[in-house]
Write a protein that binds this ligand. Structure first.
Ligand SMILES: [Zn+2]
Length: 268
């Protein structure tokens, strides 16, 4: 039973194929949960709507660093209201991106900080996007003093993963783990305890090998699980069980659903 801990199942990403992608998860039967992640208000609202329509879709809402200039009081108020929905399990994706320089870095830090405070106030976990900005990301999390979160599509090294795990945070691996050039990332994955990990697709981006170059979909999360289990030399079934436990622990609002699903499928 697989969980895709981070995907963008949204109209802007899939256009007229959105329905087909959702159907592919439904028909597959082995993907029990997809965390549908927004990056601005419109996509956050869409992910909440989809989560209300489909049992296996859960929603994460927030303003991405690329969209930091869209964060204002209205956005904050809307996110608070959306977060009351029972399928909204986290605030994200939020964070810092110094690689693409799409929005001003000072503004990114301010918007990241405000959304961390929001997630702390709401008692919800947060989902981090961090690129070329590890130091500042960690410093801001420390400043707010709330460590209930996960670095999505983790792409730093061994030293960084040890510090992040040491703070009590989680990391989520995407298809990047399977890419030829990501040796540093694989080294980091080798040292991380499986009690602290998730697997994700970041669909429609980052399709794992052997699907690399194609439009990514939640069903391809299976390749990431398989790759990680091989890398760690662990039984894949053990990884499935562990990740469901991790998910229930960090994303508390998914617990009842996951417990029921496990019971129904006699998978405990
Ligand atoms: Zn993403």
């Amino acid at each position: 039973m697989y969980i895709d801990a981070h995907a963008h199942i949204l109209s802007f990403e899939y256009g007229e194929n959105l329905g087909k992608v959702i159907e592919s998860v439904k028909n597959d039967g082995e993907i029990i949960l997809v965390n549908d992640v927004g990056y601005d208000l419109k996509s956050s609202e869409e992910s909440v709507n989809l989560s209300n329509r489909y049992g296996f879709i859960f929603s994460t809402i927030g303003i991405h660093p690329y969209d930091a200039d869209k964060f204002d009081n209205y956005a904050l108020k809307t996110l608070k209201e959306l977060a009351e929905n029972k399928k909204v399990i986290a605030i994200g994706e939020i964070g810092l991106d110094y690689y693409r320089k799409i929005t001003d870095f000072t503004l990114q830090k301010k918007v990241f900080e405000q959304q961390l405070i929001l997630s702390k106030e709401l008692g919800l976990p947060f989902m981090i996007h961090s690129r070329d900005a590890c130091r500042d990301t960690i410093e801001i999390i420390k400043k707010i003093g709330y460590f209930n979160g996960v670095f999505h599509s983790f792409d730093y090294g061994t030293k960084e993963i040890e510090e992040i795990i040491g703070l009590g945070l989680y990391v989520s691996f995407s298809g990047m783990l399977t890419f030829k050039k990501k040796e540093k990332l694989r080294e980091a994955a080798k040292v991380v305890p499986i009690e602290k990990v998730f697997m994700e697709t970041d669909s429609p981006f980052l399709a794992p090998v052997p699907m690399r170059g194609k439009t990514n979909m939640p069903i391809y999360v299976k390749y990431v699980y398989k790759y990680f289990a091989n890398l760690k030399n662990i039984d894949e079934k053990e990884l499935h069980v562990k990740i469901i436990e991790n998910f229930e622990k960090l994303f508390g609002k998914s617990k009842i659903y996951l417990e029921n699903t496990r019971r129904q499928r006699q998978y405990v």
